[in-house]
Design a protein. Structure first.
Lengths: 295, 403
């Protein structure tokens, strides 16, 4: 058997694939953060909580109303996105134009409140969510057993990531958005409702996190604390990619998934730290991030 | 006249004596500090419901002990030895806390027991698993009450090896508890004629186990042993079933599963898993009667930790009442001298190393068909007698044991 650094090639291929799957989650989550920061200059510390809400809403909609996975894939981001719009309208708007630290503290506080309330109601052991029937089982790739659901995660996450990048960077709506945040008074003069645009952008960024939450529901334990540990990692991904770079967030997300996966194979104890190590190195040698615009 | 004098003197003397005994309960208050994970990974197995169990015990005891009031303070340990150490230091140095109860993460318990030893206060550890707590980390100031990794390994690992699972691959949480459990499992597996062929230590906590499950699959071992707890274990079991670990002929052995974990997984996913437990709510009439009361209070069925907190608090208060003292050594000695047979423990006794040994149980998770309600989850397969379950004193490395 071919060996690379004492690890069989077959195992390594499997770990690479797993890394890409986890990277797809990171990409989806960091994309939402990058959209919110890039366009609104808000450091959204509630992003992990929104991811968790996406998963919780999926489970609760199924338990109470019998709403299926496929419907939840659209409905949960819509519900959580609407919640995000409300947060923007009632809270974030009041501190618009202030230093970044204000939005950071406000969203962090909101996240703690949301998480605390849900912990009180549901505990932390996790809610059950059954894998949709069509995704049960998997295929044997020769070097590993790939569950169908993980294959679907890659496809769904990449489609949504690409779609978002396309809308923001290549369409007229995206151009309005970018212009509206650059010079809102001018855009108002052109008859565009900038405050609405900002609310919707925040709602959309949050909906992306909720979408990742729906994808996570069948494979991870759904608990009110599931978002808190992933949040910091995702922030590191955004910093590495370059704050506000949409494409950078996607590529870096996948890249970090792979690096973390490989660390889990070669030296597991470092796997929770490796992304931060990369972050330190990037900040030292390329402070604006791998794909950051300003030098 | 002399008669009168004698009577008076003896009356005064006896008043003084009673007063003296009273004064031995410092500040006329028995103060209990409840320290546990109230918001993180280990919240549900102890957490706020453990505090409810503690308060139930105090209420059942009558709310006072020899006329002294019983006060409770509580804090979130945040699974951090540092946070917990400063909390407990404040409790013993400023707040005159007599007993620290609860305690979940093994790293927290080890750190706290050092402070209790420095200040000569008592700790009763109900949530932690590491058997090292009463072995190399033993102190004359703590009691480890509910279970530890030694019987977990003894019960589950030896049962799995006997069924033919000879080669093992360990998935271990990378901290004190995981290491202790891994060590105890390795010992049992090797003693029963098996072998541990590989180990991977994962960070605590970990959400995505797919990478580790893949490594376990590639190892070709008969059994994949999970030396972790809480959400780590449930996530690992869910991922293992997603990646078809059991379909490919490997057995999954979860060394530490709490009722709340099995409840979260559901009978569908968890069916057939064998586990060792110190107590089960449906195991006899006394347990059922108590857990009905607990459920009325909290809305959920108690774990072995909840039951242990209740039982140990009653034992502690009995000892304070019997000795009329809240001095750590006096109370601990009284507790060691008193056998425990209650709703929680059968054939229980507290050894000199602080280990409370009692009967343990090997259980199997019921199938969805056999399970009558969401908490009807275990079938008890056999009782592991107290003396077989725990590490014998002859193997102890505890400084309090003369070996």
């Amino acid at each position: 058997m071919t060996m690379i650094f004492g690890v069989p090639l077959a195992v390594l291929s499997g770990q690479l694939l797993i890394g890409i799957i986890n990277g797809a989650f990171y990409a989806l989550l960091s994309l939402g953060l990058a959209v919110i920061f890039g366009l609104l200059k808000i450091i959204n510390f509630a992003h992990g909580a929104m991811y968790m809400l996406g998963a919780m809403v999926t489970v609760l909609m199924f338990d109470t109303l019998g709403i299926s996975y496929w419907v939840a894939l659209f409905l949960a981001p819509l519900v959580v996105g609407t919640f995000g719009v409300l947060i923007e309208y009632f809270l974030l708007r009041r501190i618009a134009g202030q230093d970044h630290i204000y939005s950071l503290l406000l969203t962090f506080g909101a996240a703690l409140i949301i998480q605390g309330v849900l912990v009180n109601i549901f505990g932390v052991s996790g809610l059950r969510y059954a894998m949709p029937d069509m995704f049960k089982g998997g295929m044997n790739l020769g070097f590993m057993f790939l569950p169908y659901y993980r294959a679907w995660v890659i496809v769904a996450a990449l489609l949504v990531c690409f779609g978002t990048w396309f809308v923001i960077e290549k369409t007229k709506l995206g151009a309005y958005l970018r212009a509206g945040t650059e010079d809102s008074q001018l855009m108002q003069g052109f008859g565009i409702n900038v405050p609405l645009l900002i609310s919707l952008t925040y709602g959309f960024g949050v909906a992306l996190a909720a979408f990742a939450g729906v994808l996570a529901a069948p494979i991870y334990s759904v608990t009110p604390v599931m978002g808190s540990s992933i949040l910091i990692v995702v922030f590191a991904v955004v910093v590495i990619g370059g704050m506000g770079s949409i494409g950078g967030a996607i590529i870096t997300g996948i890249l970090m998934g792979v690096i973390e996966g490989l660390t889990k194979t070669f030296y597991p104890p470092a796997s929770s730290a490796v992304i931060f190590l990369v972050m330190v190195l990037v900040l030292m040698f390329r402070p604006s991030g791998l794909f950051g615009k300003e030098a | 006249m002399t008669m009168m004098k004698k009577l008076l003197t003896s009356a005064v003397a006896s008043t003084l004596m009673v007063g003296g005994a009273q004064a031995e309960i410092s500040g006329d208050t028995v103060k209990i500090g409840y320290l546990a994970d109230m918001s993180g990974t280990y919240r549900d197995l102890a957490g706020p419901n453990g505090l409810a169990a503690l308060n139930m015990a105090i209420k059942d005891f009558g709310g006072t002990v020899n006329g002294a009031k019983i006060e409770v303070v509580s804090a979130d340990d945040r699974n951090s030895p540092d946070t917990s150490s400063s909390t407990v230091r404040r409790w013993v140095e400023n707040d005159n806390v007599d007993l620290v109860a609860g305690m979940v993460a093994s790293s927290v318990s080890i750190a706290v027991s050092k402070i209790l030893e420095e200040n000569d206060r008592l700790g009763i550890i109900s949530g932690s698993a590491a058997s090292s707590i009463t072995n190399e980390h033993c102190t004359p100031n703590h009691i480890h009450y509910v279970y530890d990794t030694y019987p977990l390994a003894n019960g589950t690992a030896s049962a799995v090896v006997q069924e033919g699972g000879k080669s093992w691959y360990m998935l271990t949480a990378d901290y004190a508890f995981g290491h202790a459990l891994e060590g105890d499992v390795t010992r049992v597996v090797e003693a029963s004629g098996g072998e541990v062929i590989g180990t991977v230590r994962h960070p605590f906590p970990t959400q995505d186990f797919s990478s580790f499950i893949l490594q376990a699959q590639a190892s070709g071992a008969d059994v994949v042993g999970l030396a972790n707890a809480g959400a780590d274990t449930t996530n690992a079991i869910t991922t293992a079933s997603e990646f078809g670990l059991t379909q490919s002929g490997q057995t999954l052995a979860a060394l530490l599963l709490f009722l709340t974990d099995v409840h979260a997984l559901g009978a569908e996913t968890a069916q057939g898993i064998q586990l060792t437990t110190g107590w089960y709510w449906d195991m006899n009439d006394e347990a059922r009667e108590w857990s009905d009361r607990f459920m009325a209070e909290t809305g959920v069925r108690p774990t072995m930790v909840h039951a242990g907190i209740y039982s140990s608090t009653i034992q502690y208060l009995n000892a304070v009442a019997a000795t009329g003292s809240d001095d750590a050594q006096t109370v601990r000695q009284q507790m060691m001298d008193t056998p425990i047979n209650d709703m929680f423990a059968k054939n229980g006794r507290i050894r000199v190393d602080g280990r409370m040994v009692h009967d343990m149980y090997l259980a199997e998770v019921k199938t969805p068909e056999a399970s009558e309600n969401e908490w009807d989850l275990y079938q008890i397969l056999r009782t592991i007698p107290a003396d077989e379950a725990y590490r014998p004193l002859s193997e102890s490395k505890c400084k309090l044991v003369n070996n």
